[in-house]
Design a protein around this ligand. Sequence first.
Ligand SMILES: Nc1ncnc2c1ncn2[C@@H]1O[C@H](COP(=O)(O)OP(=O)(O)OP(=O)(O)O)[C@@H](O)[C@H]1O
Ligand SMILES: [Mg+2]
Length: 219
Amino acid sequence: MIKVKSLKKNFYTNGKVIPVLKDINVEINTGEIVALCGPSGVGKSTLLHLLGLMEEPTSGVIELFGTDTSVLDANSKADFRKQHIGFLFQFHYLLAEFTVHENLLIPVRIKNSTADPRDKIKDLLKKLGLEDFAGRYPNELSGGEQQRVALARAVINRPGVILADEPTGNLDKENSEIVVNLLIDEAKNCNSNLIIATHNTELAKKTDRIIYLRDGKVT
Ligand SMILES: Nc1ncnc2c1ncn2[C@@H]1O[C@H](COP(=O)(O)OP(=O)(O)OP(=O)(O)O)[C@@H](O)[C@H]1O
Ligand SMILES: [Mg+2]
């Protein structure tokens, strides 16, 4: 379960305060799949970065699976992130010098799992229709294929929460459909929370609930 209480985020540029998130209060149940919507610049990405412990809130509390994350130091946050959180971005950010298999191996190794991940990687690639691509480099794949590999990377450690920021923003209609369906399937499989920031209303309709942000608050 995810609980966000009185969350505030200001940015500071050129001596000016930019209040982006003003007072966010929201609870997301275990396994719930939600879309995060609202106009451009409203703070959707900012909220995902805060939920992923990649940025510090100005004030307020983010509770993830019973842990109040505001009391964690930087090392504990990094630990928490690798144990519980998976990210999927608009641009895949796969590592160009590594093969598909190696790109998936990295998060498993970072998590410090002792189990041999080879079968797990193979199974996941098969499920995503990528079984023939394990030895290829990212630049040898289409945009949709790259995004499916990034999806595999986001879910390989079966995170409690998957944060997806415009995961289909860069894809055509057909590939968007494929990626979203796979993403929702994987989240359901792992009983993970899935939070998708998106402008795509078709995509948003597939989730359990749409959270709208407006003027720094949930409406
Ligand atoms: N590091 C920063 N410094 C100053 N302002 C920032 C910073 N990061 C984001 N902002 C501002 O915060 C606001 C929210 O940005 P954010 O990227 O969260 O919006 P968004 O809802 O994801 O928009 P989009 O739909 O276009 O992706 C914007 O006005 C943006 O200019
Ligand atoms: Mg954004």
